[in-house]
Design a protein around this ligand. Structure first.
Ligand SMILES: [Cu+2]
Length: 303
């Protein structure tokens, strides 16, 4: 088979695969080489910007390296070429190679700035969640609803990662990419994240949401996302800041639900946590009173 045929077959296979996959299938093969389009308007804008800049870079590369290679081959010394000394300090050439890059940079800066401004607009949000990174996991607090819980690496991954565990990691579903309690959010709602760190710097990164924000102790960073109305499902991400020994073992899972499903989940979780935090029934007069359970001890039973 010729190289051209092989390449054509690879391109067709990749295209067919891309068409057959749902919106956020886990990428495999060729799709892994690029960033995903994601499930939000902003993530698609970031993807479009990335592709625009990518093709500008490709064009510049082709022109610059093409001119260099052509000059070196055609005007080589062995062919009797003599250097053109009029090109040195040629004012016209210098003006052209200053102005052309400036125009290219401005052409790239305009769409980049537009997307960046939109990315930073955390106004008019429908849900506020505080995200705290710690060694090694995440805490999520639904600020207006009084719901909070911790999210750790799931037990199956945690057991398989132990040295000499004897468990084949390929048999563990979503190995090192699964958690016990995912962040549950509704689709079609603008969600604001307030991101901070409890010990060292972490970074909350979910590529399908177009969010990657550092979690820094003593600072609160903001980010937002609004998942497409028609999307429900799991999105996966990681801590993107080297934060210590178990940096690779603090994945992020976002469970996107419909508005009604989310409301039901939030209501039942809030009720469950309130019940867990309520003081126990009054003890007998002679027995010492037990300390009340704290809200942080109540871990959400997310379904
Ligand atoms: Cu981390």
């Amino acid at each position: 088979m010729t190289i051209r045929k092989t390449l054509a077959r690879l391109v067709l296979t990749a295209a067919a695969g891309a068409l057959a996959l749902p919106a956020v299938a886990e990428e495999s093969g060729w799709a892994q080489l690029n960033m995903p389009k994601g499930v939000t308007d902003i993530s698609r804008k970031i993807y479009a910007l990335h592709m625009e800049i990518f093709w500008v870079c490709v064009a510049i590369g082709v022109v610059v390296f093409g001119a260099m290679i052509w000059s070196m081959v055609v005007y080589r010394k062995s062919k009797g070429a003599i250097a053109d000394t009029t090109m040195v300090h040629n004012t016209q050439v210098e003006i052209v190679w200053t102005i052309v890059p400036v125009i290219i940079l401005i052409a790239m800066a305009v769409p980049a700035a537009r997307t960046l401004i939109e990315l930073e607009d955390t106004t008019r949000t429908g849900l506020n969640i505080k995200v705290t990174g710690f060694q090694w996991g995440w805490e999520y607090e639904y600020l207006d609803e009084g719901v909070s819980y911790f999210s750790h690496l799931d037990r199956a991954s945690d057991a398989a990662r132990e040295l000499g565990s004897g468990i084949d990691p390929t048999t563990v579903p979503h190995y090192l990419l699964n958690v016990d309690h995912p962040l549950v959010v509704p689709n079609g709602v603008k969600v604001r994240l307030l991101i901070t760190g409890a010990d060292v710097i972490h970074s909350w990164w979910v590529k399908d949401l177009g969010v990657k924000k550092d979690a820094i102790p003593g600072f609160v960073n903001e980010a937002w996302f609004k998942v497409d109305d028609d999307f429900t499902g799991m999105l996966r991400g990681n801590c993107a800041e080297l934060c210590g020994r178990d940096h690779g073992f603090m994945p992020i899972v976002v469970d996107v639900r419909s508005r009604a499903d989310f409301d039901a989940w939030l209501k039942s979780t809030a009720a469950g946590q309130k019940e867990a935090a309520a003081p126990a029934a009054p003890p007998p007069a002679t027995a010492p009173s037990s300390p009340p359970a704290t809200a942080s001890a109540a871990v959400a039973a997310s379904g």
